[in-house]
Design a protein around this ligand. Structure first.
Ligand SMILES: Cc1cc2nc3c(=O)[nH]c(=O)nc-3n(C[C@H](O)[C@H](O)[C@H](O)COP(=O)(O)OP(=O)(O)OC[C@H]3O[C@@H](n4cnc5c(N)ncnc54)[C@H](O)[C@@H]3O)c2cc1C
Length: 427
């Protein structure tokens, strides 16, 4: 019954292609002018989506392609910076464009027709930028923000450890003060693109005598420092997206602390919130575009059930983008996010399951074998469903956060919350 009512509505609302995001009558003269200049810039400098291969996969079949993707992202970020399009809403003093929040929305709408993007570098800018703006000293901001936003210096996140992923605050990498330096020993793992990045932002235990959240310091480390060994972790598909990072007597100048000494959990939470918001907002060409193409190629475009599922996916993609923009504009303006960014990430993980399932059903079993671009894309959609529900904090943990922080439900029982970190049993 419900389906009979829904299908005609859905059919009426799913066009073959989304309307061009022209903005139209609802935009102010400033916005119309900004959109026109974004279009002019992109048409001159960005790679059109068709040329960029619409079936390009977001995982990599080998390490050389992973590096090439990283370097393409760096080159695009530099192009943006050279022409005044990097860090659109960032403060001008740190290399940004000081534009209102709508500038980022319009630029991202216009960019969806192009294959050029900052890739992983965009994620690190989204994570580290607001964290430095909120927690770093003026010297650290002056030194690191302009080169972060211009792509001149690239970064990786050194948070997770073999014994500390979901329970990140339980981390064991030690940093001990020696004069004007911190000396760091320990191991990090699952560090995306650490093998390519110039610098890393990391968490280390600086006071083991207090409960776990209170003895952590947030440090910035040059990845070429003596004592750092980066070992790429090769995945089943041959690609090395991640590395594990070993640190032995790595010396970090005391001026490279962000936030308070032993107070690193504050900036760490800023990183995690922005990471969740970044992952949740989607970005780039919507997956639903490829699903429409797949439906057409398999003669399923008129199938009402397929259209209904596509409509649900398109709605979620649009909602996620709008929610991501609201979070970003609040954070950039120095306000708290209007809702917990964990919400967008949980939603994005759910959408990814829906897109992966629909891709597999449309393409059928034939897509699981062979090596044609569409089959490769379908397989990547199916397999990559899991990365988004783990990276940046698992869906289960994000749901715990939502339950506790947003819904005010009782906290998870924890035996180690008030115990000194050194007294908590660990394997
Ligand atoms: C694509 C990707 C990119 C990543 N990039 C980085 C990076 O750049 N830098 C970095 O530092 N790390 C990175 N990570 C690591 C990521 O942050 C961790 O994998 C994640 O936090 C989970 O930690 P874990 O793997 O140790 O799993 P565990 O914490 O061991 O969790 C195992 C399982 O137990 C569940 N679980 C654990 N605790 C709870 C709980 N309290 N309640 C309910 N369920 C629970 C989890 O949901 C999960 O299903 C990345 C991971 C992925 C997949």
């Amino acid at each position: 019954m419900v389906r009979q009512i829904l299908v005609p509505l859905v059919l009426a609302t799913v066009p073959d292609r989304p309307p061009s995001p022209a903005g139209g009558a609802t935009e102010s003269p400033d916005q119309v002018a900004f959109r026109a200049s974004a279009r002019a810039f992109l048409s001159t400098w960005a790679e059109p989506l068709a040329a960029a291969d619409p079936w390009q996969i977001s995982g990599f079949p080998n390490n050389a392609e992973a590096r090439a993707y990283f370097e393409r992202g760096r080159a695009w970020q530099r192009t943006l910076a050279e022409h005044g399009w990097a860090g659109l809403t960032w403060p001008a003093e740190y290399g940004g464009g000081a534009q209102p929040a709508w500038a980022e929305r319009i630029f991202s709408e216009e960019s969806t027709s192009y294959g050029s993007g900052p890739g992983f570098i965009g994620a690190t800018i989204a994570m580290l930028g607001p964290t430095l703006l909120a927690h770093a000293t003026p010297e650290v901001k002056d030194r690191f923000l302009p080169s972060l936003v211009s792509g001149e210096v690239t970064w990786c996140q050194l948070f997770s450890e073999p014994g500390a992923g979901s329970d990140l605050a339980g981390l064991a990498t030690r940093a001990v003060r020696d004069g004007d330096e911190w000396v760091v020993d320990g191991q990090k793992v699952w560090n995306s693109c650490a093998q390519f990045a110039d610098w890393g932002f990391m968490l280390a235990r600086t006071d083991p005598d207090v409960p776990k959240h209170r003895g952590i310091t947030f440090l910035l480390v040059d990845m070429s420092s003596p004592g750092i060994e980066v070992r790429p972790l090769v995945q089943a598909n041959g690609s090395a997206h991640f590395s594990e990072v070993f640190m032995s007597d790595v010396r970090i100048p005391a001026g490279q602390v962000v936030g308070e000494i032993h107070g690193g959990w504050g900036p760490a939470r800023t990183v995690l919130s922005n990471e969740a918001a970044f992952i949740g907002r989607g970005g780039g060409a919507p997956t639903s575009d490829r699903l429409r193409d797949l439906a057409s190629a398999n003669d399923r475009r008129e199938d009402p059930i397929v259209r209904q599922r596509l409509a649900a996916i398109i709605s979620r993609e649009k909602l996620q983008a709008l929610m991501g923009q609201r979070i970003q504009s609040s954070v950039r303006n120095g306000h708290k996010p209007p809702f917990d960014p964990a919400l967008t990430k949980v939603m994005a993980a759910g959408t990814r399951v829906m897109t992966g399932n629909l891709a597999a059903e449309l393409a059928g079993p034939a897509a699981m074998v062979g090596n044609d671009p569409i089959g490769n894309w379908v397989r990547a959609e199916v397999v990559n469903r899991f990365s988004i529900s783990i990276g940046g904090g698992t869906t289960e943990v994000q749901k715990n956060n939502l339950a506790e922080r947003s819904l005010g439900l009782p906290r998870e029982p924890g035996i180690d919350r008030e115990k000194a970190w050194k007294d908590v049993p660990r394997s």
